[in-house]
Design a binder for this molecule. Structure first.
Ligand code: HEC
Length: 470
């Protein structure tokens, strides 16, 4: 104890770059236990918070302490940023401990999985032969289109059988880190016009002698038609100026929503962090364009001559879920936060969603990003997830097969390997339930025209669907 106080006195506040695990180990574990189980101070993972269990209350408990009862006030020693990271860290530990004692629906084909409102069985649609399936689109004749991230567009025939040959002549895609061929969607009038839209990592790869290939990429959108198994009539819907391409392998976004003649889509922040705040760059933005790629005249930044006119909202990190409420037309996105702080946002024109100035997360290595979670002029998420679920595909359920789930929002989680059902009232989430867990990393969740819920899994790379059961 004496030694510890000396270190603190000598150094003032701790170095900003110190990892949260080290801070906990050095300054907290002595009283709260190496496994957070408690000692002189209480357990930090039993879900019981004497002084309140919201993030803000836990922050306050750490900052202000309670000296008469032996809890040191840490403000002044730890920065706000470090205390904020500690809250994220304690939340992760609390969740881990809770999960150990919990039963989650882990479906298998032979068992009925019961959830709060509906029971279902899982059916395997494609067991093998796909590589990193990313998105699915349902053709009116019962066939399905599936993207594979390395760059192939595949077709499942009416019986769900994977056709051996991918669609020929699809655009050149650069499979770089998290980027590759990502989104596929049909124009709402597909039956009349045949347009299929693709979102992918586009750019150049330079071969450098003795080095790894140097990719320079960013997210782009095209549309085209599929005739006799071949991609034709291609048109660019959105292609960033080549100066915005980067070698980063992260945060490509994509996902499309069509509404009233517009297409909404996402360009992730590509690791550029503050670039998400800059409306002269495409990074970290949700776009709205006419479905032929023209810029709508009433977009929020068209009058700012330096801004990229297609931008609809900004300050996003890596949204990979986009869905529109069938009842009121409200647009929602889910986005990957850093470590902690995945978000569900209500997307509104011209608004700033705050990344990286505000976030409920910290860096992956346990160092802080920022101490603040709110700021004037920046939107709060509808809800956020700490720890992260690694938010992926998102869809509203509108079908008849699961009547008690009507209009609920289904959100996939890659790292958490789960599908969550969110119930919204107005624009608030009133309940949340994990309906599927533990059968693979969930890349996309999509309602089929048959009313079943399709789940694309990465590792094992496969497609399953949820069908009602009693
Ligand atoms: C010298 C012992 C000691 C150290 C060191 C210590 N704590 Fe505590 N802590 C306590 C005690 C005792 C309490 C209970 C105080 C009370 O009942 O009000 C407590 C309470 C808390 C609470 C509130 C819990 C609740 O139920 O509301 C939090 C959060 C917490 N500590 C976090 C930390 C963190 C984070 C660190 C390290 C930065 C830390 N503590 C270091 C002794 C300690």
């Amino acid at each position: 104890m004496r030694a510890m106080l000396m270190i603190l006195a000598a150094s003032g506040t701790l170095a900003f770059g110190q990892k949260v695990e080290e801070i906990y180990g050095n300054y907290c574990s002595g009283c709260h236990g190496a496994k957070f189980e408690g000692g002189q101070g209480g357990s930090l993972v039993d879900g019981i918070w004497k002084h309140g269990g919201t993030d803000a209350e836990i922050f306050k408990s750490i900052a202000k302490g309670n000296p008469p009862l032996g809890m040191t006030p840490w403000e002044g020693t730890l920065t706000n940023e470090q205390i904020r990271s500690m809250v994220v860290y304690l939340r992760e530990q609390e969740r881990k401990a809770a999960v150990q004692g919990m039963q989650f629906p882990k479906p298998s084909p032979d068992t009925v999985t019961k959830t709060e409102l509906q029971s279902y069985k899982i059916e395997t649609v494609v067991a093998s032969g796909l590589e990193i399936p990313w998105a699915i689109a349902f053709l009116p004749d019962g066939r399905k289109l599936v993207t594979e991230r390395p760059g192939r567009l595949r077709i499942l025939d009416k019986d769900g059988k994977l056709q051996p040959e991918p669609v020929k002549n699809t655009p050149e895609v650069i499979h770089h880190g998290q980027g590759g061929l990502m989104e596929v969607a049909l124009h709402p009038d597909y039956e009349k016009n045949g347009w299929v839209y693709l979102g992918f990592a586009d750019g150049t790869v330079e071969k450098v002698e003795g080095k790894k290939d140097q990719a320079k990429v960013i997210t782009s959108v095209v549309r085209g038609r599929i005739k006799d198994g071949t991609w034709t009539d291609q048109e660019w819907i959105y292609r960033a100026d080549p100066k915005f391409r980067s070698g980063a392998g992260v945060h490509f976004g994509t996902r499309f929503i069509f509404d009233k003649g517009y297409i909404y889509f996402v360009v992730g922040e590509r690791g550029g962090m503050m670039e998400a705040q800059d409306v002269t760059r495409p990074n970290g933005k949700i776009f709205r364009l006419h479905d032929d790629g023209r810029v709508p005249e009433d977009n929020p930044f068209v009058k700012n001559k330096d801004a990229i006119p297609g931008i609809w909202s900004y300050g996003h990190r890596n949204p990979q879920g986009l869905a529109m409420d069938p009842r009121d037309g409200a647009l929602y996105n889910t986005e990957h936060g850093p470590r902690g702080g995945d978000e569900l946002n209500l997307v509104q024109p011209g608004k700033n969603y705050g990344w990286p100035v505000i976030t409920y997360g910290m860096n992956y290595n346990g160092t802080p990003i920022t101490g603040i979670t709110e700021k004037e002029g920046m939107e709060q998420p509808v809800i956020y997830w700490v720890p992260s679920i690694a938010a992926s595909g998102l869809d509203f359920y509108t079908g008849e097969k699961f009547p008690k789930w009507k209009n609920d929002l289904f959100a996939g989680g890659l790292a958490a390997q789960e599908v969550r059902r969110l119930r919204l009232e107005g624009k608030k989430v009133v309940s949340q339930e994990i309906v599927l867990k533990g059968i693979g990393r969930v890349r996309d969740v999509a309602e089929g025209p048959d009313g079943f819920i399709y789940v694309l899994l990465n590792g094992p790379d496969s497609i399953v669907r949820m069908v009602p059961a009693n």
